[in-house]
Design a protein around this ligand. Sequence first.
Ligand SMILES: Nc1ncnc2c1ncn2[C@@H]1O[C@H](COP(=O)(O)OP(=O)(O)OP(=O)(O)O)[C@@H](O)[C@H]1O
Ligand SMILES: [Mg+2]
Length: 263
Amino acid sequence: MAYLKLDHVDKVFTRGTATTEVLKDINLTIEKGEYVSIIGHSGCGKSTMLNIVAGLTQATTGGVLLEEREVNSPGPDRAVVFQNHSLLPWLTVYENVRLGVDKVFAKSKTRAERDAWTMHNLNLVQMAHAKDKRPNEISGGMKQRVGIARALAMEPKVLLLDEPFGALDALTRAHLQDSVMALHQKLGNTILMITHDVDEAVLLSDRIVMMTNGPSAHIGEVLEVALPRPRKRLELATNPTYVKCRQRVLEFLYERHRFVEAA
Ligand SMILES: Nc1ncnc2c1ncn2[C@@H]1O[C@H](COP(=O)(O)OP(=O)(O)OP(=O)(O)O)[C@@H](O)[C@H]1O
Ligand SMILES: [Mg+2]
């Protein structure tokens, strides 16, 4: 049984009489605990695909199944982390996470348990020390950590990450990638992540889904990353499997499907 399944998903955007077919016949199944990345050129429809899984956008035809049940609207079983943090500026770090916890566990956890669970998740992303700060008082990387804590705290079946490290400098990005890898190892989450970054895709993923250029983008190729976990970035740089995977993704992106639009 597929845990998450995108079944013949098409997406057409209509504006007046103009229609654009963004996604064409997307079929993908993801197993529980798998880390799958989507890579493709800008504008090909990656976010649209993720938003359909999140229930924020409706597929024109076809649909998404999570544990064999159709997904039509957003829900805490599919938590999303966007490229630019979406924390509420008037709430503290603690309150931003607690808000989600209260929503999901209002009935099943006591107040004290919800407090402990909020702190537990802030600890997971090493942000407990900043619990009383507001978003404008912490760095970009820290905001993304809080966003990840908020998502994890809802115990989603699937964690959806739309370029979660995209707006960060290289060092912070590497640090946060390591954190997400460690969390995935520890918690066994099912993760669907969009990225532009070939190294990031290979380092983090069990499989890399490569999208063709739009319009009518579809899955061109799926690459299995057969590298054992835990993975260490420094050791991987010279690992033949790593190098081969990286090469394959680069070839796909820059030879078969050249960048067609300036972005
Ligand atoms: N609400 C909408 N209405 C009309 N067109 C849209 C809408 N949302 C997205 N599009 C179009 O769909 C296409 C895919 O957009 P999408 O944001 O999914 O791309 P992407 O692969 O995530 O790009 P990027 O890598 O730049 O984030 C684009 O051509 C975009 O203009
Ligand atoms: Mg996008």
